[in-house]
Design a protein around this ligand. Structure first.
Ligand SMILES: Cc1cc2nc3c(=O)[nH]c(=O)nc-3n(C[C@H](O)[C@H](O)[C@H](O)COP(=O)(O)OP(=O)(O)OC[C@H]3O[C@@H](n4cnc5c(N)ncnc54)[C@H](O)[C@@H]3O)c2cc1C
Ligand code: SF4
Length: 285
């Protein structure tokens, strides 16, 4: 049903791999402070800062490191000065949806999340069941996601595959078919992604959505060079804030079709996630 929602909107390009979209870009923040905390192009943080500063939202729901480093902690941020603490990817899944109701005092909010979270929010907004906390979600920013891990398994894979402690790790990344960690020592170590697949959450093996099909804007690294993000604008309001942030000089933006490996690689990997995921078989009761 969700895919057909985008199919009937003639203003969108429809792809069975990355769903409907207005346009796709490769982009990088121009803000030197965001560059220090970003995962890829810093586009998520740049857009959130734009939304808060322009008062298009009163608060955002994002994820920072908990006191246990690399443990994700969902947070509600209503002051730009706290935003940069949320930069960078934590590969353990976060319980973002559990704190959404705490943001119901705000009139307008933005939520950042993995594709499964964005789908849940979309369903909640289509079938609200009287719940007040979906109505104030004005923008969703979806992150591309191949898989996530429990915090316990982030700890385990760092120890078992890299023989390192989490405190030594300054950045984790999934790129070019490798799971990559950067260390305080300056070293960078990689293992093939297929070697860490068994650490992923079992639910993720059933997930077909790479690019957050139902977000207003989707952001990830696949398709763009290092230090840049691939950005898919989907809804009218998502496309507008992206273009406005580019116009304001906060983001350097190129068309993803003009970038190598670009949209072709993104569609290929998104298609293989859809085709390759395990089927969900519902048993009749
Ligand atoms: C679990 C996970 C798996 C991912 N897998 C892929 C992948 O396979 N391929 C790919 O191209 N991209 C993947 N991404 C997205 C990628 O890592 C970057 O988040 C994305 O490119 C945005 O980069 P940025 O520099 O614009 O973000 P930044 O400006 O650094 O902002 C990062 C944002 O991510 C949010 N965030 C961090 N961790 C989490 C979390 N656990 N749950 C929810 N939100 C979080 C923060 O709140 C912050 O707003 C994944 C992200 C996550 C969270
Ligand atoms: S792979 Fe799918 S189910 Fe797993 S965290 Fe990512 S979006 Fe959610």
């Amino acid at each position: 049903a969700g895919l057909s929602i985008s199919k009937v909107d003639k203003s969108l390009t429809f792809s069975d791999k990355i769903n409907g979209y207005k346009n796709a870009y490769s982009a990088s923040t121009t803000n030197e402070e965001i560059k220090k905390v970003r995962q890829d192009g810093g586009i998520v943080t740049a857009l959130l800062e734009f939304l808060l500063k322009k008062k298009l939202v009163d608060a955002i729901v994002a994820v920072k490191h908990a006191d246990d480093l690399w443990k994700p902690e969902p947070v509600i941020v209503d002051d730009v000065k706290d935003l940069y603490k949320t930069g960078g990817t934590k590969y353990a899944n976060a319980s973002t949806l559990a704190i959404i109701d705490q943001a119901k005092k705000y009139e307008n909010i933005a939520v950042v999340g993995t594709p499964c979270m964005i789908t849940a929010l979309k369903k909640g907004s289509l079938y609200p069941g009287g719940l007040p906390f979906f109505k104030n979600i004005k923008y969703t920013i979806g992150l591309f996601c191949m898989e996530a891990f429990s915090f316990e398994n982030v700890f385990n894979l760092t120890g078992e595959k890299f023989e390192k402690n989490l405190e030594e790790v300054t950045k984790m990344d999934i790129s070019g078919g490798k799971f990559i960690i950067s260390l305080k020592s300056g070293e960078v170590e990689k293992v093939p992604l297929k070697e860490v697949k068994s650490y992923a959450r079992p639910n993720c093996h059933y997930c077909e959505d790479l690019t957050a099909d139902y977000a207003d804007i989707s952001v990830g690294s696949i398709g763009s060079p290092s230090g840049w993000s691939s950005v898919i604008t989907r809804s009218k309001q998502g496309h507008k804030i992206y273009k406005d942030a580019v116009k304001a000089g906060l983001i350097e933006s190129k068309n993803l079709k003009d970038i190598k490996p670009g949209l072709g690689l993104l569609e290929r990997i998104a298609g293989s996630k859809r085709k390759g995921c395990k089927p969900i078989i519902l048993e009749k009761s």
